[in-house]
Design a binder for this molecule. Structure first.
Ligand code: ATP
Length: 515
């Protein structure tokens, strides 16, 4: 099965089992907007709790806020979004499809990289154990040719983006013969800038309505509350403010399911530091955040850093944490050293001082900021794509199982009476009633036990217990583990402690604590 097929299956699995639905589906949907179903919302909430606790519980110097989506419009002028939150768009005149010019070029670079890797793979197969990969990369003429082309393309691209040179972006697309994936032609329009912010009006027109924006990031709500939190929380630098909330971007090309949405959710933390110390903290937060991802056990080789060539208007260092999705390594989280750009500009535009008096230095300054910014939906997608698995069983059947990290699974325990009679449902109900205070349980008595196990595998439930005819006599149930499918008999009164230990966030948080 190709990765594309796996991705298609994952999307339909998400729908079939109540994780993600297309928004407004009975009206044929709304492009790049999705709703989370009964399972999806649980997984999403668990992801958010893992992030929130890792920030707020593990760091005495990080606090949370929840700022409004609507904000004063001047905020977006000060932040640079009104003038610079643009993507370069280009249309293909034949297919009438619209693309981001930068993404077309990035894809072309990725294709050259693939060619290089294929050459290396081919040679590795041919030469076997004696293969010297480093030497091959340095000396093979075909690899050298591809590498030179890549370097040239890449440096032209980086320069055009840095200079905001739209003509040059188009010229690169022409010179490198980049075609429209739909029509296959190179009949391109000019490249134009497109602002990604949604706007609406606040107040009635008679009052003089004010144009306001739906926030394209949650970060600005933190910056404009910096002083409120610093003063009321008596925070001393370095300290952080965390926030989870919706953000909105009118993405030009919205595709790849919940990877690129027009309404999505972010988990952002702005860490305020002394000027001059920002790069040290940038490195620190890179490592802390990578550790958070890796603790989930989805596979260490599925992550990599990607340092930015083009720095955003506010940054002096930036990297992405990329995850290997079914469609390649893609950004899940951005870590940015935002300097004092945001606070400095808010000082300028609002006329209010947003400074910190540093008692050690005996001076006041505008703090520098390190930002960690992760999309809940992209995190959801990365977890789902790593967890989704079709497994061949010994009896020739296949089972679809979501190997979700147990603390994130929507349902932690399924409670299954073997039959619908002989007092077994009553015992099962009693167990449900005891455990429902600890974690999400699901009761199911319909169909054969095998079918019920499959249903739970498909939603990623890490544990099932079965109440059978021995239970009334020995006070034991059968505990079945999702991943190994192994079964063991355990006492009813031990269920709570056994499951609690496995599904709690605590072991995950302990893994990443003490940085
Ligand atoms: P991209 O280059 O993919 O457009 P970005 O660099 O603009 O992303 P940031 O502004 O750094 O993204 O936003 C921080 C995080 O918010 C991203 O790492 C991503 O997880 C999430 N995010 C951004 N845009 C979207 C979107 N349209 N849909 C879903 N998540 C998003």
């Amino acid at each position: 099965m190709t990765q594309e097929d796996v991705f298609k299956k994952l999307i339909s699995h998400c729908k079939e089992y109540g994780f993600v639905f297309p928004s407004s589906e009975i009206y044929d949907g709304l492009a790049a907007v999705y709703d989370y179903g009964q399972m999806g919302v649980e997984l999403k909430n668990n992801i958010k709790k893992y992030w929130w606790d890792s920030m707020i519980l593990l760091h005495e110097n990080i606090v949370g806020i929840d700022s409004a989506i609507f904000m004063h419009p001047t905020i977006w002028k000060a932040s640079g979004h009104v003038d610079a939150f643009n993507d370069p768009l280009i249309d293909n005149k034949d297919s009438k499809k619209r693309y981001r010019a930068d993404v077309l070029i990035e894809d072309a670079i990725a294709k050259i990289d693939e060619k290089i890797e294929k050459e290396v793979e081919k040679a590795a197969k041919k030469f076997g154990a004696s293969f010297d990969e480093a030497l091959f990369r340095q000396t093979n003429p075909r690899v050298a040719e591809h590498t030179a082309k890549r370097e040239e393309l890449h440096s032209r691209f980086a320069k055009a983006m840095n200079d905001n040179d739209l003509k040059e972006l188009r010229q690169i697309i022409i010179d490198y013969e980049i075609c429209c994936p739909i029509s296959g032609t190179r009949n391109w329009t000019d490249v134009r800038q497109f602002n990604l912010m949604f706007s609406t009006e606040m107040g009635s027109t008679a009052d003089g309505a004010m144009k306001i924006y739906l926030r394209p990031e949650t970060a600005q709500g933190i910056f404009v509350n910096y002083l409120n939190v610093q003063k009321t929380g008596r925070m001393r630098l370095p300290f952080g403010i965390a926030q989870i909330g919706k953000a909105f971007r009118n993405e030009i090309v919205a595709r790849q399911f919940i990877f690129r949405m027009r309404e999505f959710e972010q988990m952002e933390m702005q860490f305020f530091v002394r000027p001059g110390e920002e790069l040290k903290w940038f490195e620190k937060w890179k490592q802390t955040r990578l550790k958070w991802h890796k603790a989930l056990g989805l596979g260490d080789d599925k992550y990599r850093f990607h340092d930015h060539d083009k720095l955003a208007h506010y940054a002096n260092a930036a990297t992405d944490i990329e995850f290997e999705m079914p469609f390649g390594f893609k950004e899940v989280e951005g870590i940015h050293s935002r300097t004092n750009f945001d606070l400095g500009n808010h000082e300028k535009y609002s006329g209010k001082k947003l400074q910190y008096f540093d008692p050690e230095l005996n001076e006041s300054y505008t703090p520098y900021v390190i930002e960690t910014s992760i999309g809940v939906d992209r995190m959801f997608l990365s977890i789902m794509s790593a967890a989704y698995c079709e497994e061949a069983l010994e009896n020739g059947e296949t089972r679809t199982v979501l190997r979700l990290p147990a603390p994130l699974a929507p349902v932690k325990l399924a409670v299954l009476p073997l039959v619908k009679k002989d007092g077994l449902p009553e015992i099962a109900r009693k167990i449900m009633d005891d455990l429902k205070f600890d974690f999400k349980c699901q009761y199911d008595e319909k169909d054969s036990i095998g079918k019920r196990y499959r249903r739970q595998d498909a939603i990623g439930t890490p544990f099932c217990i079965t109440i059978d005819h021995d239970t009334p006599n020995d006070g034991k149930v059968t505990l079945r583990h999702r991943d190994t499918m192994q079964q063991e008999r355990i006492d009813i009164d031990k269920i709570s402690s056994i499951i609690n230990e496995k599904v709690s966030l605590k072991p995950l948080l302990k893994k990443i604590a003490n940085d």
